[in-house]
Design a protein around this ligand. Structure first.
Ligand code: PLP
Length: 371
């Protein structure tokens, strides 16, 4: 038997989350952001659910190639654009739309020989200070793009640094409006946080949600995913492979970071940091054992972690080797443990946990809502 740890990708949840975001986005078309192998969920796995999006956005040319091979004929956007001139050949042959965020990319495009006119997303730096043109640079790039026979369409875009905060986009929006004044083009502003928290202010022709599609809250812990009507798209589940009875004063795991304050029944779970579970999850991080929240105890090791079984025993449930454990997502009983809660306990974000799901974890795809 393989190790009992399994990740389940819930396609009905992805479809549901996409529909929620669509509703929130009004008339805007929706890019499904599938970079980083669909935030760790697997492009090939999520594709049957996300093909209902209006476009798919990624970073990696290999991911774009894969999506075309899977049969995606719709708009496909490279969020960081081209990394070197010859990437443009692939953009031409696969009809990839690409972000243009610095002048070298314009030079490459001007020198590119193609019969296939390109659609580009011209990026403004609204204060994130990673990628994008400043206001004068944007005007110059706009003029250059419009003079290029290689270019057929230009969409204006920006990316907010603080859209998870209620007051986080005002200054950026002001800068954006000034910089783009008078330019007639489709617009694309919002990631998940902007789509959910600032729907009206960021209304445009396109939105670009990622994390919300996968069922985490972009503004956690202010809101929970459920507050936005989102469902978890990934469950990481395993089983107990041993139990121990701790005497008062006994310690658990490497470094003995947990000391039992009283006699304690604990379970050992087949899940460790080599599966993608965060090693920094401290004592008390919630874990579902047979649908009941139990606290993690001791240091997470490579292949195992430990939980105090008191809460599940208090409910009179028999528990032992083989008992169901949910690290995040949904248990068979329907109990949910939001990935955002685990991330917060471990002082990280759901994005990182999803993306870190290890290749050794077996993955199954749930096509229909289980009843
Ligand atoms: C990743 C990314 C997104 C999606 O962000 P989420 O916070 O996951 O919704 C949108 N736009 C750009 C440019 C990105 O790189």
């Amino acid at each position: 038997m393989p190790r009992p740890i399994v990740a389940t990708i819930h396609l009905p949840a992805l479809q549901h989350n996409l529909a929620q975001l669509r509703q929130r986005a009004g008339t805007a078309r929706v890019w499904g952001v599938v970079k980083a192998n669909a935030y760790g969920h697997g492009i090939t796995r999520v594709w049957p659910a996300l093909r209902a999006a209006d476009g798919l956005a990624c970073l990696d040319l290999d991911e774009a190639k894969l999506l075309r091979e899977l049969g995606w004929r719709g708009p496909l956007l490279l969020l960081e654009g081209t990394f070197e001139p010859r990437d443009l050949e692939l953009c031409s042959t696969l009809q990839l739309w690409h972000v243009v965020h610095h002048a070298e990319q314009l030079d490459w495009l001007a020198a590119h020989k193609t019969q296939q006119p390109h659609h580009v997303f011209l990026k403004f730096n609204s204060g994130m200070n990673r990628l994008g043109f400043d206001a004068p640079g944007l005007r110059a790039a706009w003029a250059r793009l419009h003079a290029m026979p290689q270019v057929q369409g230009v969409t204006l875009m920006t990316h907010f640094a603080n859209a998870d905060r209620p007051d986080g986009i005002e200054a950026a929006l002001r800068a954006w409006r000034l910089a783009t004044e008078g330019m007639q083009a489709p617009l694309c502003l919002a990631n998940s946080a902007a789509t959910l928290v600032h729907a009206a202010a960021t209304a445009a022709d396109w939105v670009r949600p990622g994390i919300a599609l996968y069922g985490a809250a972009p503004d956690a812990p202010t809101h929970r995913a459920a507050d936005w009507g989102l469902q978890p798209a990934m469950t990481l589940a395993s089983q107990l492979i041993a139990t121990q009875t701790l005497a008062t004063g006994a310690q658990v795991g490497y470094g003995g970071t947990y000391t039992a304050p009283k006699p304690t029944t604990m379970g050992v779970v087949a899940c460790g940091y080599a599966d993608g579970y965060p090693r920094h999850a401290p004592n008390g991080t919630p874990v579902l054992v047979q649908g009941v929240r139990c606290p993690l105890i001791g240091r997470v090791s490579m292949d195992m972690l430990a939980v105090d079984l008191a809460p599940v025993l208090a409910q009179g449930q028999p528990v032992g080797v083989g008992s169901e454990v949910v690290l995040w997502g949904r248990s068979r009983s329907g109990a949910e443990l939001p990935i955002d809660e685990v991330a917060q306990a471990a002082q990280t974000i759901a994005y990182e946990l999803m993306c870190a799901l290890a290749p050794r974890v077996r993955v199954i795809v749930e096509h229909q809502e289980s009843t």
